[in-house]
Design a protein around this ligand. Structure first.
Ligand SMILES: NC(=O)c1ccc[n+]([C@@H]2O[C@H](COP(=O)([O-])OP(=O)(O)OC[C@H]3O[C@@H](n4cnc5c(N)ncnc54)[C@H](O)[C@@H]3O)[C@@H](O)[C@H]2O)c1
Length: 268
């Protein structure tokens, strides 16, 4: 799955901030923007993974990548991250709110601590970073892409906190889109279906058989690769999407096109 569909200079001179940049979708999105010419500031709470990601970057991309330790669930950390981007580059054109966690659990299986943790990383994190970044994005007439999920459009079995958090991101995206439209800031969200990343691999370990079940129930018959999500993010943040704001874009191989009723093929 290629991430090379974007012109090399599409984002030249632009500054892009990505949360959760060390792994999975965030890493692929960072590489996509770097290949398209942007300077990328990648924040992640896992400094070891972030350093590993930097080491793997080709030198030509690494010179435009700035790694910063960031905990999106802490308002001081989010503020410091955005201030550091501004101090270094004097501008911010794009914010990608990607950091997220997805622990398993129905309501009765979810402790207060786990509920708060998911809300603070997945929801507070988007709010904290967006609030800090918006003054700079307004100055740049820039854009935000939030990472929601198909899990914010419909529900999964046994992911109560995650479903609630991703649902909140969907409507926070719409709220910001209408509040900042007149300031020429566009705010959209992606709603990926299953993507082959460490987060999903963790869930495959927690729920035996989930891997095969995904492939069976996804109309395109397979899980997405992170680069396929990155391509959609680069589109939404680019001038090619100049009249798109408040959109929640499923990138899900057809998962949300299906109403859940069984296919006769499954009855034998
Ligand atoms: N993988 C999927 O199938 C899938 C599907 C839909 C949506 N998503 C969403 O995509 C986003 C990225 O997921 P991924 O699959 O690449 O996961 P991942 O676990 O591979 O990467 C997530 C990154 O976020 C970082 N992170 C976690 N908590 C953080 C915090 N408090 N502050 C800063 N960074 C933090 C992690 O260290 C990690 O590097 C998440 O928001 C996830 O909910 C993933």
């Amino acid at each position: 799955m290629s991430t090379n569909v974007w012109k090399e200079n599409l984002y030249s001179g632009r500054v892009v901030a990505v949360s959760g940049a060390a792994s999975g979708i965030g890493a692929a999105v960072s590489i996509g923007f770097l290949r398209a010419g942007a300077a990328v500031v990648g924040g992640d709470v896992n400094d070891i993974a972030l350093n590993r990601f930097v080491e793997q970057l080709p030198a030509t991309l690494r010179e435009r990548f700035v790694p910063l330790v960031l905990d999106v669930s802490r308002t001081e950390s989010a503020d410091a991250f955005v201030a550091a981007v501004h101090e270094r580059f004097g501008r911010m054109d794009v914010l990608i709110n990607n950091a997220g966690i997805a622990p398993v659990g129905s309501v009765t299986e979810t402790s207060n601590e786990l509920w708060r943790r998911v809300m603070s990383v997945d929801v507070d994190g988007v709010f904290f970073l967006a609030r800090a970044a918006l003054p700079y994005l307004i100055a740049a007439r820039g854009s935000i892409v939030n990472t929601a999920s198909v899990s914010g459009i419909g529900a999964d079995f046994n992911y109560a906190a995650y479903n609630a958090a991703k649902g909140a991101i969907v409507n926070l995206t719409r709220s910001m889109a209408i509040d900042y439209g007149k300031s020429s800031v566009r705010v959209n969200a992606i709603a990926p279906g299953p993507v082959r990343t460490p987060l999903l691999e963790d869930n495959f370990r927690a729920i035996p058989g989930l891997d095969d079940a995904f492939s069976t129930f996804i109309p395109l018959g397979r899980i997405a690769e992170p680069g396929e999500i990155a391509d959609a993010v680069l589109f939404l943040a680019s001038p090619a999407a100049s009249f798109i704001t408040g959109a929640i874009l499923p990138i899900d191989g057809g998962v949300t096109a299906w109403n859940g009723q069984p296919n006769g093929d499954f009855v034998s």
